[in-house]
Design a protein around this ligand. Structure first.
Ligand code: PLP
Length: 408
C-alpha cells in the first residue's frame, strides 16, 4: 500500500495567499466593477534590460541552428556564468572563490528548500520570525521538526525579530545546527549591519553550525554600513552558504535563475572538509539537470558591465516605488519600517488592529491588497507588508486610495 510522506502531512495548510485570494474574490463578487490595486505580491512587473534580453534572443537563435545548437550544459551551471559570478564576488565583495564553490540553479526558492536535504534529519534548525515561509516549510517537509502546535512547529528554534530591536534576530541561546537568515529581510525589510551579522558567524563557528544566508535582495542595499554578502565578514567561508537570485534585480521571476555559494571550507561535525560542497554537488547533479541555457545566457549578460547598469536602473525603479509608498504612509501617521535598501515596507497597523483586520479595512475602504504580517510568523502580527513591485502609476493610485481611506 502506498503511504504518503508524513512530514508533508505535518505542513499546516498554506494559509496566507489562498486566504488573501478568498477574501479578495469574495469582496470583488460583492462589489462588481470596482478595481482592486495590489501592493501584496513580491512579483516583478517591469521589462528586462535590453542587453540582457538581446543575449537571450541570441541564445534562442543559436539553438535554432543545427551548427550552434547545444543540449544539456555543465551540471553545476555554465562555466562562463560561474566565471562571471566569481568575478562579481571579487569585484563587489573583495572575495576570491574558485568556480567549484558556485552552483547555478533555477532560483533561490528551490535552493533554500533543497539545501535542507543534505543535512541530518536530526538537525536543530533556527529560523527568523517573521521570515519568508519557505525556510519553515522546507524544514518541516524534510523531517527536521515536530508537529504544528497551532502557532508554530515543535522542534524549530524561532529567532524573534522584534520592533524594539530593529527587526533583526539575535543568535539562539541554545545550540542549533542550521540557521536561516535573510537580509534584506522579506517581509520586514530589515538589513544586517556587519556587527549584528558577525554575532551569528561567531555563534556558528563556536557551535559548528551552518548559516544559510538568503541574499535575494542584496542589490537593493544602497546605504553604507550594511552587509551585501555574508562573505564580506571574517569567518563566513567556514560556516555560511549564500543563496542569491536574478529574480528581483534583473526581473527574472518568470525567466528563472539563481545560484548558491557552497565553500569547501565549511566545517561540519565529525566530517572532513569539503563534505557539504561534495554532497550539494551530488544532490544537484543527481536530481537537477541545470537551469535553462537561455536563462543562463541572460544571467551572463546581467553580470557584465552593461547588464549591471540595467539591473541597477530596474532596482532604482522599485526603490523609488518603495520610497513613494513609505513617505506617503508616514505622512498619514503610519509607522513604517523597511522601504529603503529593500523593496518591502513593513507598516504597523494603526489603533492596535490585527494584521487581518487592517487587511480587511484596506480592502473595503481603499480597495488595496496588502499582505498580513501574521502570515510570516507570530511576530508579524500587528503589521502588514506592502510591496513596491508594480507599475509606478498603479503604485501611486494605490497609495492615494490608502490615504483617502485613512483620512475619511
Ligand atoms: N528568497 C526570498 C527571501 C524571497 O522573498 C524570494 C521571492 O520572493 C525568493 C527567495 C525566491 O527567489 P527565486 O525567484 O529566485 O526563486
Amino acid at each position: 500500500m502506498a503511504r504518503v510522506n508524513e512530514n508533508f502531512l505535518k505542513l499546516a495548510s498554506g494559509y496566507l495567499f489562498p486566504e488573501i485570494n478568498r477574501r479578495k474574490n469574495e469582496w470583488a463578487k460583492n462589489n462588481p466593477g470596482i478595481s482592486i490595486y495590489s501592493l501584496g505580491i513580491g512579483n516583478t512587473t517591469e521589462e528586462l534590460g535590453p542587453s540582457i534580453a538581446s543575449a537571450m534572443i541570441e541564445k534562442v537563435n543559436k539553438l535554432s541552428n543545427r551548427n550552434t545548437y547545444t543540449g544539456y550544459g555543465d551540471e553545476q551551471g555554465d562555466a562562463e556564468l560561474r566565471r562571471e559570478l566569481a568575478s562579481f564576488y571579487e569585484k563587489e565583495y573583495g572575495v576570491s572563490f574558485p568556480l567549484d564553490y558556485f552552483f547555478v540553479s533555477d532560483g533561490a526558492k528551490s535552493d533554500a528548500a533543497n539545501i535542507s536535504e543534505i543535512f541530518s534529519q536530526s538537525s536543530v534548525v533556527a529560523i527568523t520570525d517573521p521570515a519568508y515561509p519557505v525556510y519553515v516549510d522546507s524544514t518541516v517537509a524534510s523531517g527536521k521538526s515536530g508537529n504544528f502546535n497551532g502557532n508554530s512547529y515543535d522542534g524549530i528554534v524561532y529567532m524573534d525579530a522584534r520592533e524594539d530591536d530593529g527587526f533583526l534576530p539575535r543568535p539562539p541561546k541554545v545550540k542549533v545546527d542550521l540557521i536561516y537568515l535573510c537580509s534584506p529581510n522579506n517581509p520586514t525589510g530589515a538589513v544586517f549591519t556587519a556587527e549584528r551579522l558577525q554575532e551569528f558567524i561567531d555563534y556558528a563557528i563556536e557551535n559548528k553550525a551552518i548559516i544559510i544566508f538568503d541574499a535575494a535582495y542584496s542589490d537593493y542595499i544602497r546605504d553604507e554600513g550594511f552587509v551585501r554578502s555574508i562573505y564580506q565578514l571574517d569567518g563566513a567561508e567556514k560556516c555560511a552558504i549564500e543563496i542569491n537570485s536574478f529574480s528581483k534585480n534583473a526581473g527574472f521571476t518568470g525567466v528563472r535563475l539563481g545560484w548558491s555559494v557552497v565553500p569547501k571550507t565549511l566545517v561540519c561535525e565529525n566530517e572532513e572538509e569539503g563534505v557539504v560542497n561534495r554532497l550539494w554537488n551530488r544532490r544537484q547533479t543527481t536530481f537537477f539537470n541545470g537551469a535553462s541555457n537561455i536563462s543562463q545566457a541572460g544571467g551572463i549578460a546581467a553580470l557584465k558591465q552593461e547588464g549591471r547598469r540595467e539591473c541597477r536602473r530596474l532596482v532604482d525603479y522599485y526603490l523609488e516605488n518603495a520610497r513613494i509608498i513609505k513617505t506617503n504612509l508616514e505622512d498619514i501617521g503610519l509607522k513604517c519600517y523597511g522601504g529603503a535598501n529593500s523593496p518591502y515596507i513593513w507598516a504597523k497597523c494603526p489603533n492596535g488592529l490585527s494584521s487581518w483586520d487592517f487587511f480587511d479595512f484596506l480592502l473595503a475602504k481603499a480597495h488595496v491588497i496588502v499582505t498580513p504580517g501574521s502570515g510570516f510568523g507570530k511576530n508579524g502580527e500587528g503589521f502588514v507588508r506592502l510591496s513596491s513591485y508594480g507599475h509606478r502609476e498603479d503604485i501611486i493610485q494605490a497609495v492615494n486610495a490608502i490615504k483617502g481611506a485613512m483620512n475619511e
